[in-house]
Design a protein around this ligand. Structure first.
Ligand code: GLY
Length: 575
């Protein structure tokens, strides 16, 4: 734990804006910024040691939270290829001074996408079509999104922020056990495409833990990105390589789709919960809405007054999620969504939902809304990072290829994998997707639409305390994030204890409470079953990466024991 001296955030932010203002619109900050950047320190939590170190390196060089978050995200694209990406998309929630914003760099459906593109002549889903190969790929949002995040909020020159990722790809990095296991587990997917196998299954085998990995094509892409910004990827030879790879394997992704892609700054979902201000991701993510509905219903049900590990609390948590995930069916791209955050977080609606929750009895999910499905087994394919700088500026990014290693196709010459985010659309409305989520017509496939997400990058604050939080985990992202946040803001846990604590999950359909080992005592489990809940063990609910500070006090970062995530804190007085 390190003491961080906080200076006036506003003056630093003004300086950062001034520096960014020197860059040409759409241009590249290759020239060094005129003044030496101050050393401000900060904290980074991410899913891989090399990525956390990249963020810390940028903080040590005087970068702010946006610089460090982008450096961390780009390094994840190198050392954690199952989720870190240039070929996918994501969301960022930022808080600089008092200004809270969100950046949507979610993938979009290509221009040639159509409503029924994943159905056969009989109207049945074509197995694997929205998951494997480039037909499953949405238009990548990460290159423009990360570039825009830095352009708007960063302090260091762009090239300095990209440099750690270039070095990892060019000089190489040590393959850790999780990457070795991941490539072995997904060898069948990676082996389907010779372009991918040539890089990730060298000699026909997955790389061994402890071996050295160099990614020269990805390094060259990152070098071009550092020199010319997003346009180096969204236009010219790299975009042409994406189109060529997609065409070769029956995809509809075109260079024109990449050129047309734009990230969007959006107003956050904001709400007050248990005395804290919370800002999270709006549509096209359902995450902020689910988090807000959860907290809103729990406050109405006076959840905090119930015994912490007793059946009442778990029961009420599950009942709020059952309703929030049932409402999720209405959601989709903000332009076509069947409901808005304002509607679903309105006091009357939360009253209506909370009033129908009974303490003594579970509400069968088919009485909330009529559907049925099975949940897919899933692992945390998405990845999250939380960053704070010494001024208390905060960035929370969740980014994804959707499934592990996305659609499995690596773009030859460019060195990055393409996502399979199209499966997050309701490819066959009413039928479960990869995460077992049932989705509605509002989230059907349509050219240019953004597919509904569950990613929940979030920032919460109360007075001088700030928490940056989020998780991977598909449909379990909002419930993992909610539980850790509640541990912090309701029960006052220390950050690491809040992250460590065993978790549960419910997503309306299937009507099952998934419980990590030790989440429920035998008595609590029995009491829940007596109320009508079906319980099922699950190996993990998310993998939360979080940092927290009390401004003027200690900065902390927590590493989730469910994964190999790493954290680091830079003390300006020492580093
Ligand atoms: N691909 C997972 C999500 O966006 O929720």
């Amino acid at each position: 734990m390190i003491q961080i001296a906080f200076s006036t955030a506003k003056s630093r932010r003004a300086a950062a804006r001034q520096v960014c203002g020197l860059m040409l619109p759409g241009g590249v900050g290759t020239a060094a910024h005129p003044q030496a950047a101050p050393r401000t320190g900060g904290a980074v939590a991410s899913a891989a040691a090399g990525a956390t170190e990249a963020g810390l390196e940028v903080l040590r060089a005087g970068g702010n939270a946006a610089d460090a978050a982008v450096a961390t995200a780009l390094a994840l694209a190198v050392v954690r290829p199952r989720a870190g990406n240039l070929g996918g998309g994501g969301f960022a929630v930022t808080r600089f001074g008092d200004e809270v914003r969100t950046l949507d760099f979610r993938e979009t459906a290509p221009a040639e996408a159509t409503h029924d593109m994943y159905l056969d002549e009989q109207g049945e889903p074509r197995p694997g079509a929205s998951l494997i190969g480039p037909l499953a790929a949405g238009v990548p949002g990460s290159p423009s999104g990360l570039y825009e995040l830095h352009r708007e909020l960063g302090r260091l020159p762009w090239a300095e922020v990209v440099a750690p990722a270039i070095r990892l790809a060019r000089v190489g990095f040590t393959v850790d056990r999780r990457l070795a296991n991941g490539t072995r587990e997904y060898a069948e997917l990676l082996g389907r495409f010779p372009e991918t196998a040539a890089v990730w299954l060298p000699g026909g085998r997955s790389p061994e833990a402890g071996s050295r990995m160099r990614l020269p094509e990805l390094a060259a892409t990152l070098e071009a990105y550092a020199e010319r910004g997003a346009q180096a990827i969204t236009e010219g030879p790299i975009a042409a390589a994406v189109e060529l790879a997609a065409r070769r394997h029956g995809g509809i992704l075109r260079a024109a789709d990449l050129a047309a892609y734009r990230p969007v700054w959006r107003e956050p979902v904001r709400f007050e919960a248990f005395g804290w201000q919370v800002a999270s991701m709006p549509l096209p993510s359902s995450g902020g809405i689910i988090l807000g509905q959860t907290c809103g219903m729990l406050e109405r049900l006076e959840w905090a007054k119930f015994s912490r590990f007793g059946a009442d609390r778990f029961h009420l948590l599950v009942e709020t999620w059952r309703r929030a995930y049932a409402d999720r069916v209405l959601l989709g791209d903000p332009r076509t969504s069947g409901a808005s955050a304002a509607q679903l977080l309105a006091g009357e609606w939360l009253d209506f939902r909370a009033d129908r929750i009974r303490l003594a009895k579970a509400t069968p999910s088919d009485r909330v809304r009529k559907w049925s499905s099975e949940v897919a087994s899933e692992s945390p394919e998405t990845t999250h990072l939380s960053v704070m700088d010494g001024d208390g500026n905060a960035v929370s990014i969740t980014t994804t290829l959707n499934g592990a290693f996305g659609c499995g196709l690596l773009v030859p010459g460019a060195g990055f994998l393409l996502n399979n985010e199209m499966d997050d659309f309701a490819t066959a409305p009413g039928q479960p997707n990869y995460y077992g989520l049932i989705q509605g017509e509002a989230n059907s496939v349509g050219a240019g639409k953004r597919m509904l997400s569950s990613m929940t990058p979030t920032i919460a604050w109360r007075g001088r305390e700030v928490i940056v939080i989020g998780s991977p985990g598909g449909s379990k992202i909002p419930t993992a994030t909610a539980q850790v946040l509640l541990n912090l803001i309701v029960d006052g846990d220390e950050l690491q204890a809040a992250v460590d604590r065993a978790r549960v999950h419910h997503q309306w359909m299937p009507d099952v409470v998934f419980a990590e080992a030790n989440a429920l005592s035998p008595e609590t489990a029995k009491a829940l079953e007596r109320r009508g809940h079906e319980l099922r063990p699950v190996s993990g609910v998310g993998e939360v990466h979080s940092v927290r500070v009390e401004i003027g006090g200690e900065m902390r970062a927590a590493q989730d024991p469910r994964g190999p995530g790493t954290v680091g804190i830079v003390n300006p007085a020492v580093d």
